[in-house]
Design a protein around this ligand. Structure first.
Ligand code: GDP
Length: 343
């Protein structure tokens, strides 16, 4: 069904400017998505705020259509003061969830345009010693909202042993700081050995060491996408040179559907649950003030739940407390009451 209908996929790229984001996106999808890009000078960047830009392309391969949306975050990490510069990115992701939530609650639910962000490629500089504070802050702020796939940018600037060491260090730091990046699903135990090996290699490639290039060069009589240096050619699609092919396969072939499923089942569900919780709280508050009418000026006209008694409201408040302070011991009253009701 999906093949017939075509796929849509939204990919976000984030990371400091100059790390090769646009070059990699162009290399991944072989289209020039950044024709009209305007680069700012140093002075303009001092007070720059993070912008969010969106480019959409329709790609067709062997009759299969893909509507690809690339969301870029120019300006991220560029200003002198980068405090909370991840905020506009987080707001953008929430806005897409909110739009989807509204559409889903509306009348025409059949043709909802899904603009939710399915994956965020986060570019890590190859020049630092592992993660920088801004990287940690960004990933921690967004890991509950989007599937983060970290990539080690411009891997051709590192030797193979440096790449290996950096990957280990970055993986350790991700663990140490409690960052929840996208987890590849485990493969079934009855899969064949080749498949299991591929799966293991994919998991050990994190962060994918990538190289991008907008030029085609000649290597051993073949024309390939690569970077020409006085000492040789780096081939983007050569898996001995970098993880570009692994990343591309993962994104467009093997894990696209899983990235969409996790977005829908985990990240969007989290958002939805929070939304409903705060809406319930709003209703309770309004009722307490005895002002709630069907026409109350809320954006979401929430129907008054029949049979919401003072007791139920009390329970909702207690449940709320439980969610906010899970470690706090429940008093016997809460337990005995809550077993008797389904909220
Ligand atoms: P963006 O600001 O993150 O979108 O970065 P760009 O894609 O504009 O790239 C910035 C500069 O880095 C350009 O001069 C690119 O040619 C160069 N560049 C891009 N990708 C790579 C790479 O993989 N390796 C190296 N060495 N340079 C790269």
């Amino acid at each position: 069904k999906s093949v017939k209908k075509g796929f849509d996929f939204t990919l976000m790229v984030a990371g400091e400017s100059g790390l090769g984001k646009s070059t990699l996106v162009n290399s991944l999808f072989l289209t020039d998505l950044y024709k009209d890009r305007k680069l700012l000078n140093a002075e303009e960047r001092i007070t720059q705020t993070v912008e969010i830009t969106k480019h959409t392309v329709d790609i067709e391969e062997k009759g299969v259509k893909l509507k690809l949306t690339i969301v870029d975050t120019p300006g991220f990490g560029d200003a002198v003061n980068n405090t909370e510069c991840w905020k506009s990115v987080a707001d953008y992701i929430d806005q897409q969830f909110e739009q989807y939530f509204r559409d889903e609650s509306g009348l025409n639910r059949k043709n909802i345009q899904d603009n939710r962000v399915h994956c965020c490629l986060y570019f890590i500089s190859p020049f630092g010693h592992g993660l920088r504070p801004l990287d940690v802050e960004f990933m921690k702020a967004l890991h509950e909202k989007v599937n983060i796939v970290p990539v080690l940018a411009k891997a051709d600037t590192l030797t193979p042993s440096e790449v290996k060491k950096k990957k280990i260090k970055i993986r350790e730091e991700i663990e140490q700081y409690g960052i929840k990046i996208y987890q590849f699903p485990d493969c079934d135990s009855d899969e064949d050995e080749d498949f299991k090996q591929q799966d293991l290699e994919l998991k050990e490639s994190i962060p994918f060491a990538v190289i991008g290039s907008n030029t085609v060069v000649e290597a051993k009589g073949k024309r390939v996408r690569g970077r020409l240096y006085p000492w040789g050619i780096v081939e983007v699609e050569n898996s001995a040179h970098c993880d570009f092919v692994k990343l591309r396969n993962m994104l467009v072939r093997t894990h696209m559907q899983d990235l969409k499923d996790v977005t829908r089942e985990t990240h969007y569900e989290n958002y939805r649950a929070q939304c409903i919780q705060s809406m319930t709280r709003m209703v309770v508050k309004e009722r307490n003030r005895n002002k709630l009418t069907r026409e109350s000026g809320t954006d979401f006209p929430i129907p008054v739940v029949p049979g919401v008694t003072d007791e139920t409201e009390k329970l909702i408040r207690e449940k709320d407390e439980e969610v906010r302070h899970p470690d706090r011991e429940l008093d016997t009253h809460t337990i005995s009451v809550s077993t008797g009701h389904v909220i």
